[in-house]
Design a protein around this ligand. Sequence first.
Ligand code: HEC
Length: 234
Amino acid sequence: MRKFIALGAVVALLGAAGCKHEPLTPFIDGPNPDTTDGCDPSTVYFQNEVMPIFASSCAVPGCHDAATAEKDVVLDSYLNIVNTGDVSPGNPGNSDVYEMITENDPNDRMPPQSSGITLTPDQINTIYEWIGQGAENNFCADSGPCDTVAVSFAEDIQPILSTHCLGCHSGSAPQGGVLLTGHQQVSVVVANGLLLGVVSHLPGYVTMPRNQPRLADCKVALIRNWIEQGAPDN
Ligand code: HEC
């Protein structure tokens, strides 16, 4: 808690100086010293929850990957997000990246309608909370229980796909020609074995999510068990 108060003071100072472009303390790369074993449910962790949203929905070819860098905004890593997205720690409303995804005018809102990619209200809220909590490069190793006995498509599988995959695998031109928008579409890559292969990083398969670390063990286990349970639409 003390951490947030300290950050609040920094933000207040920044506000007084009227210059959010030159933070008093530079952003630090790499998981910060508060990296924890076990996840505090009230904390939004950048590496666990926020980076996958940017990687999947924004840092894609033709948009905000390093090669395209549309409008000089690159959203492929922590430092690029906070710097080129003009993140103001503790102040989502004063952070370009948050303003862009909540623009009132649908023509100005990101991701563009033409991309067919949309952020869910939960994803927008995750980004809001993360900036509000200080926009740290934090990570938690979730060693908590992983209940893979009765896996639900709606409650377990869809949220994983939504966070890690849908940015690239939805819309009018899904990557690799693979749509993962609903049970029917996902069933196609269950049946041909590709889903399990790509998320488990089995030999001979491309690895997904593309250009990112393997999903947490619990998420891979959930997907594997759901498939073994017959991949029901439950
Ligand atoms: C940053 C974009 C991106 C993200 C995020 C992403 N994919 Fe992909 N995916 C691709 C591309 C591009 C291809 C085409 C194959 C290639 O070039 O690697 C692909 C191909 C696939 C394929 C077909 C593989 C094959 O051999 O034909 C599957 C299945 C797949 N992705 C599943 C997923 C799943 C599941 C996730 C989330 C855990 C995910 N992808 C996240 C970009 C992405």
